[in-house]
Design a binder for this molecule. Structure first.
Ligand SMILES: [Ca+2]
Length: 237
């Protein structure tokens, strides 16, 4: 199962960054991960850094969609291990999904990182805003492989909708298992990214500016024009 997830992530992120194979500039990516329950997030970061090493993407920031400082420490440890110790970090500062992890505590203990306390780092929404404000229009790809807590809060922050509309050229969301034609999110396949913070998932998908820039891929990644098809009150647990 994990191997399949990694393969899907690899293919999907490669497809995402494949845009840069035909372009002169690397794809600018703002990466948002829950990095708690499943180790495929670590696999996604391995692919992300490998693509950055190849010059196919530029990692602007790595944030977590959970409040657990060990999750942030794990993200920072991976960044550091892959030679990018100074990437901006952010996390959920208030509320958010809290789940136990089988691996982040050990990584936080055994690998070097900057995270002594989560209070030393900004809220992920602040990172979204800071990064996007200083990037050219329509230049950033937002990649989320966790809960949509940050996306929803970012859209509700002052000017967030305008920043999303102006700066983000595409949002690639690992969250749905959209099956069929028209696609419907099959939650029986296990879709915790939408289920555990269903209110944020509902808000983010329904309010993201420009539904045609919310990309659906087969398998575990994404949703295109999902606003009319995803009904958390009925479909999510
Ligand atoms: Ca995840």
């Amino acid at each position: 199962m994990i191997a399949r997830l990694l393969l899907i992530l690899s293919v999907s992120l490669s497809a995402l960054c494949g845009v840069s194979l035909r372009a002169a500039e690397p794809v600018k990516i703002l990466f948002d991960t829950d990095m708690t329950t499943d180790c495929d997030d670590a696999g996604a970061m391995a692919v992300l850094h490998a693509l950055a090493d190849r010059g196919e993407c530029e990692i602007l920031a790595t944030v977590t969609s959970v409040p657990d400082p060990n999750a942030l420490a794990t993200v920072d440890a991976i960044n550091r291990y892959r030679g990018r110790p100074d990437l901006p970090l952010g996390l959920v500062k208030e509320g958010g999904v809290k789940m136990p992890s089988k691996f982040t505590g050990r990584i936080a203990r055994e690998f070097p990182h900057r995270v002594v306390s989560g209070s030393d780092f900004p809220d992920a929404v602040e990172v979204y805003r800071e990064i996007l404000t200083h990037q050219p229009d329509r230049s950033v790809v937002l990649v989320t492989v966790g809960y949509l807590t940050n996306v929803s809060r970012f859209l509700q922050s002052p000017g967030g909708m305008e920043l999303a509309r102006a700066k983000v050229t595409r949002w690639v969301c690992m969250g749905g298992n959209f099956i069929g034609d028209p696609p419907k999110d099959d939650l029986s396949l296990g879709n915790v990214n939408f289920q555990r913070d269903a209110a944020s998932a509902h808000h983010a998908i329904h309010h993201w500016p420009g539904g045609n820039r919310l990309r659906r891929t087969r398998g575990l990644l994404g949703a295109e024009r999902a606003r009319d098809r995803f009904r958390p009150g009925r479909d999510a647990g």
